[in-house]
Write a protein that binds this ligand. Structure first.
Ligand code: NAP
Length: 316
């Protein structure tokens, strides 16, 4: 797996990383066996960056990831988790909650340090509390070696970019903003790099929007965006292609020149992980991409204003 520098962290990350939200059963029920197999498939192919959060499946994803990583040498992978979001509409960036959250994540993940600790979906929390309590608490933990680097995550780039620069965080991860349908992260990532901030692109399949199965029922995208993506899926079928493959290849093929270090894809399937790894090295179909660009032009960069809140809804 090719690697890239993550901003000024000194960490080299695989260009394809594993998002472990899926292990919290947010898309479909996932067993520990599936989690183990997916993580093993990832590690076997150099996908050794894992992103997770307490919110995903209300801690289920962290527990499953921690279990799957048991026995794997700690220095052989990079672990990113989050603080601050604990429910669909539940944020707490207080110092006490931040410290408690890190401590609990360490226990669930079976480690004594977190490589990248990220403030989760910061645009929906209390900004003053984040700046005056949450981030200082994380800086203290960094000084103690409990966390190595500090980042923020979210969706609203016009909120994230100035906050990241002002607070001099190490990383910024945005989701659903560098895909076939929405390319806005590509417009800000270079500026973030220039400020020494490493950029991660989460959800290259648009949280399922750019898969053959289509978006899950809770997906916040506008109906006309969802309809256009269904047309793209149909077009891909006519070309004998898989929309997920084209979507991932688009994100990967253009990430480096946009200033994106790694693309964080979510799967709870070892088979899909192996496909994703293989697709990294295969060429993007330029003719098909030109047709897709034409189909998506009317909905390009159209985002949403409502809060997606599936992350806690773990299926039993
Ligand atoms: N605010 C935040 O910080 C934030 C927000 C969103 C995401 N993230 C991070 O980014 C990660 C990725 O996002 P995501 O999982 O929501 O969205 P995503 O990666 O865009 O899409 C995940 C969906 O794609 C499917 N999929 C993956 N590989 C596939 C393949 N080869 N063929 C067909 N379908 C495939 C998965 O199903 P299967 O499980 O069946 O493969 C799942 O339904 C998350 O796990 C999380 O770590 C962070």
């Amino acid at each position: 797996m090719r690697t890239a520098a993550l901003g000024s962290t000194g960490i080299r990350v695989p260009i394809l990383a594993m998002g472990a939200a899926s292990l919290g059963s947010i898309y479909h029920p996932v067993s520990q066996r599936q989690a183990d197999d997916t993580v093993a498939a990832a590690l076997a192919h150099g996908v050794n960056y894992f992103d997770v959060a307490p919110y995903y499946g209300y801690t289920k994803a962290e527990i499953a990831l921690g279990q799957a990583l048991r026995g794997v040498p700690r220095a052989s992978y990079t672990l990113a988790t989050k603080v601050g979001r604990y429910g669909d509409s539940d944020w707490d960036f207080s110092a006490a909650a931040t410290r408690r959250s890190v401590k609990e994540s360490l226990a669930r993940l079976g480690t004594d340090y977190i490589d990248i600790i990220q403030c989760h979906d910061v645009e929906y929390g209390d900004r003053a509390q984040l700046i005056n309590e949450g981030l200082p608490a994380l800086r203290d933990l960094r000084a103690q070696g409990v966390v190595r680097h500090i980042g923020i995550t979210g969706y609203q780039l016009d909120f994230l970019e100035p906050l990241a620069v002002e607070q001099q965080v190490d990383t910024l991860m945005a989701y659903c903003t560098y895909t076939l349908q929405d390319r806005r992260l590509g417009m800000v990532a270079q500026r973030l790099n220039a400020a020494g901030i490493g950029v991660l692109n989460a959800s290259p399949l648009g949280m399922g929007l750019l898969t053959a199965n289509g978006a899950p029922g809770w997906h916040p995208a506008h109906q006309r965006v969802q309809q256009a993506c269904r047309q793209v899926a149909q077009l891909c079928r006519e070309f004998g292609e898989n929309i997920a493959r084209v979507a991932l290849q688009f994100a990967l093929a253009t990430a480096a020149r946009q200033g994106i270090a790694s693309t964080v894809i979510g799967t709870a399937s070892a088979e899909n992980m192996l496909d994703n790894v293989a697709w990294c090295e295969q060429p993007l179909n330029g003719e098909l991409l030109a047709h897709i660009d034409a189909l998506l032009a009317p909905v390009l960069n159209i985002g949403w204003d409502i809060l997606p809140g599936n992350g806690g809804k773990a299926s039993k």
